[in-house]
Design a protein around this ligand. Structure first.
Ligand code: SF4
Length: 221
């Protein structure tokens, strides 16, 4: 650098040089900008299944939230499948020390009466999301949480924009924040973690209609 004239030699011992070009000062970000989005906030995480909980729980914790889990999935059919997914969440929650709230009943009748006459894919999904997120918002408010979100946001098979809109609406109705993040970034990690922990991986979304649609698709292949 000396030979190239980029520095001037000030002293040999100790070696001291002066740069011949200006060095831009690194901008210092104000402390408020460095805060994590979840600092000092309790969030109620609606969990649809164990595998989708893996990355999401970890990510929310990294974002500074005090994470609490919530189970309410009356769409899952039949009851045995509901119980299999619920047990998987229970085991995983225990493993990662996640406090859980379980909705007391399997309310499949609430799901069927809500979607009656709207069984087409997409139309019924909007109703299904609202049913689950409304209950989540209700419980989040009762528990004094500041925010809610859902593991449904991680799945590339779900309508993320629709979930975001419905989540924001129900959160607003309860004076809460709906925390949106594109958890799909963690989809591959979700798969790895689920395999490592031997979690049950379902083959269809959840409702009876999705089970039939998946069966029909598999049969036509
Ligand atoms: S396909 Fe999935 S999101 Fe849509 S109604 Fe069925 S269970 Fe709910």
């Amino acid at each position: 650098m000396l030979a190239q004239g980029k520095v001037t030699l000030i002293a040999q011992d100790p070696l001291t040089i002066r740069l011949q070009y200006p060095v831009a000062e690194r901008a210092v970000r104000p402390v408020e900008e460095c805060r994590l989005p979840g600092e000092n906030k309790a969030i109620l995480l609606h969990i649809c299944c164990g595998p989708c909980g893996t990355y999401t729980i970890q990510r929310l914790r990294e974002q500074g939230f005090e994470v609490r889990g919530f189970w309410y999935n009356p769409n899952i059919h039949p009851y045995d499948e509901h119980e299999r997914r619920r047990a998987c969440v229970e085991d995983y929650a225990r493993e990662v020390g996640l406090p859980m709230t379980w909705w007391r009943e399997y309310e499949d009748d609430a799901y069927f009466s809500a979607v009656r006459g709207h069984e087409a894919f997409g139309e019924r999904c909007a109703i299904c999301y609202r049913l689950r997120l409304e209950r989540t918002a209700q419980v989040a408010a009762m528990q004094g949480c500041q925010a809610l979100t859902t593991t449904l946001l991680i799945s590339p098979y779900q309508n993320q924009e629709m979930i975001r809109q419905i989540g924001s609406d129900v959160a607003q109705e309860h004076d809460l924040e709906f925390y949106f993040e594109n958890f799909r970034r963690g989809w591959a990690e979700r798969g790895r973690t689920a395999r490592q922990h031997g979690l049950y991986q379902q083959r269809y979304c959840g409702c009876i209609y999705s089970a039939e649609e998946t069966r029909a698709q598999n049969a036509s292949r």
